[in-house]
Design a protein around this ligand. Structure first.
Ligand SMILES: Nc1nc2c(c(=O)[nH]1)N[C@H]1C(S)=C(S)[C@@H](COP(=O)(O)O)O[C@H]1N2
Ligand SMILES: [Mo]
Length: 515
């Protein structure tokens, strides 16, 4: 019962902080701050394990794991407080202090954002005390020795009532906490006008439209993903447990560091500039061989080279460290941002303002580089610097400092472990090697010869390319292997590599059963 009191008190801490937190920075409530801090201390292997195991549900998995951990700690604290109240108080205050420390050390969070957590901790302590008081009156379980039964009858009835009272109080408090937490979330969402501002935002048409997408980019094989990824299906990878909410009127991008002129851009400056539109395929370094952490969209934005031309990088600079409002950073080679490729400060994605979870209002998009070194969402700062002087978020956590995209081909149809009827079987998928392009995709059935597949039309070297093949399938189990050759004639390596530190490699092999 004391353990239950602890869990209920912990729920009160979180719920009260969530409710009051509706009036503070969303990312600063205890669960989000604890989770974000945990993510920041995640070693590369664990991050990769999480993505390999939970995919883009990794955040849900983190919340479940945190919930269970907090529940266990709360049980222990409840029992400790029951046995020795002063020690319990110390424990709760310590936990409160940990939460506050996590909150105030988040990027873009102010000291006042600690208020919800402090008030939550106080409320939790009060609830713990109120729940323990009746328990202290209850000394024993009702199974008293038989000879005392008659004597104790009255006392037992009293204990039964106390126990019922305890469970009723705990239950009501738990339900109240649930309502408060839900109310806090709803209130926070209602108070936020960023989603509504995004809905109302009208983006200008580009000064330079995207090159027309030629017919025939889509693989004719049904079941192969769309060549242009709809925003709602676009993979999402980031360290943000709670999506940053940025008001466009407050947004500013500061370009500074090793530059002749510091430049500050407002959102209106971006809208007034000559924007370009370009199809670019983004890829995550954590994508395993055959994985789906890649997406292709039409981006609208300002070429970063134009911003850099105004800032005038000084000699010796070789990197741009881009920073997100939530503290994430990426290191992008300066030369990549200055060459002719469509590296941009993007404001639009597939004809809409960026979705909040894809970086609203402004993110970077750099063709040819994995997202962790280039695609900073919610970007607010560009520091022109040197690789020797600065390290980016994931580089500090065991990943590489540069991340050119490796050539990759995948089979999407048939699916791994599919059962297909014998005869003509349609095989198809997607390959990419951004900035080099895809010249050939081959497949190998079992240990047969490598055969060329039919490539769909190439839209550009910075977008992925689909392929198809008609396979004469004979009954039995078969393996389909796939490999691509990039535009420079280089065949995708069969050398298996893990995503850590600079991207997975190797040929995907799919097992199918032909019936
Ligand atoms: N602010 C911020 N930007 C970020 C990240 C992040 O964690 N925080 N992750 C990067 C990584 S690893 C990738 S792969 C891309 C993914 O972009 P998407 O979520 O729009 O697909 O965003 C990049 N930009
Ligand atoms: Mo990524």
């Amino acid at each position: 019962m004391a353990a239950l009191a602890g869990v209920v008190a912990a729920a009160v801490v979180l719920a009260v902080a969530e409710l009051i937190g509706a009036f503070f920075t969303a990312r600063a409530t205890p669960l989000f701050a604890l989770g974000s801090t945990f993510i920041d201390f995640t070693p590369p292997g664990l991050k990769d394990f999480a993505i390999a195991t939970f995919g883009t549900n990794d955040k849900t998995a983190l919340f479940v794991g945190m919930g269970l951990t907090i529940a266990v700690l709360a049980c222990v604290l409840g029992v400790v407080a029951y046995r020795k109240w002063a020690l319990g108080v110390l424990g709760v205050l310590f936990m409160g202090a940990v939460i506050v420390a996590c909150v105030v050390t988040r990027a873009g969070v102010s000291g006042a954002d600690a208020i919800p957590s402090v008030l939550g901790t106080v409320a939790g302590l009060v609830v713990l005390r109120l729940l323990l008081v009746p328990l202290w009156g209850l000394k024993a379980w009702p199974e008293a020795p038989a000879d005392q039964a008659a004597d104790d009858d009255a006392r037992l009835r009293g204990e039964g009532t106390s126990r019922r009272r305890f469970f009723a109080a705990a239950g009501i408090t738990a339900v109240g906490a649930g309502i408060a937490a839900t109310g806090g979330r709803l209130l926070g969402a209602a108070r936020s006008n960023v989603a509504r501002a995004r809905e109302a935002l009208r983006l200008p048409s580009p000064a330079k439209a995207a090159a027309a997408v030629p017919p025939g980019v889509q693989s004719p094989v049904s079941g192969v993903g769309p060549w242009l990824t709809p925003n709602g299906e676009f993979y999402r990878i980031d360290t943000a447990l709670s999506v940053p909410e940025i008001n466009v009127d407050d947004w500013e991008l500061r370009v500074h560091g090793l530059v002749e002129n510091e430049v500050t851009l407002t959102f209106q400056d971006l809208l007034d500039a000559n924007l370009i539109e370009s199809h670019v395929t983004l890829t995550c370094v954590s994508n395993p061989v055959g994985g789906n952490l890649a997406g292709n969209a039409k981006w609208l934005g300002l070429p970063i080279r134009e911003v850099l031309a105004r800032a005038k990088p000084k000699d010796g600079a070789d990197m741009v460290l881009s920073k997100s409002i939530d503290g994430f950073t990426a290191s992008t080679p300066l030369e990549v941002l200055q060459d002719g490729r469509d590296a941009m400060l993007a404001v639009g994605m597939n004809g809409e303002p960026l979705p909040l979870e894809h970086g609203y209002p402004v993110r970077m998009v750099v063709p040819g580089l994995y997202g962790f070194v280039s695609a900073t969402k919610w970007v607010v700062d560009l520091e022109v610097t040197r690789f020797a002087d600065n390290k980016a978020y994931w580089t500090n956590r065991g990943w590489s400092e540069r991340g050119p995209i490796k050539t990759m081909a995948r089979v999407e149809v048939p699916k791994s472990f599919a059962k297909v009827p014998a005869g003509k079987v349609a095989v198809g998928g997607t390959a990419w090697a951004q900035t080099r392009g895809i010249a050939k995709v081959e497949i190998q059935i079992d240990n047969g010869n490598w055969v060329e597949t039919t490539l769909s039309t190439e839209a550009s070297t910075i977008t992925w390319r689909q392929w198809s093949y008609e396979w004469d399938a004979t009954p039995g189990p078969h393996y389909i292997k796939v490999r691509a050759t990039d535009g420079t004639g280089e065949v995708q390596t069969d050398q298996r590599a893990d995503p850590v530190p600079d991207g997975a490699s190797g040929w995907q092999s799919v097992m199918v059963t032909v019936q």
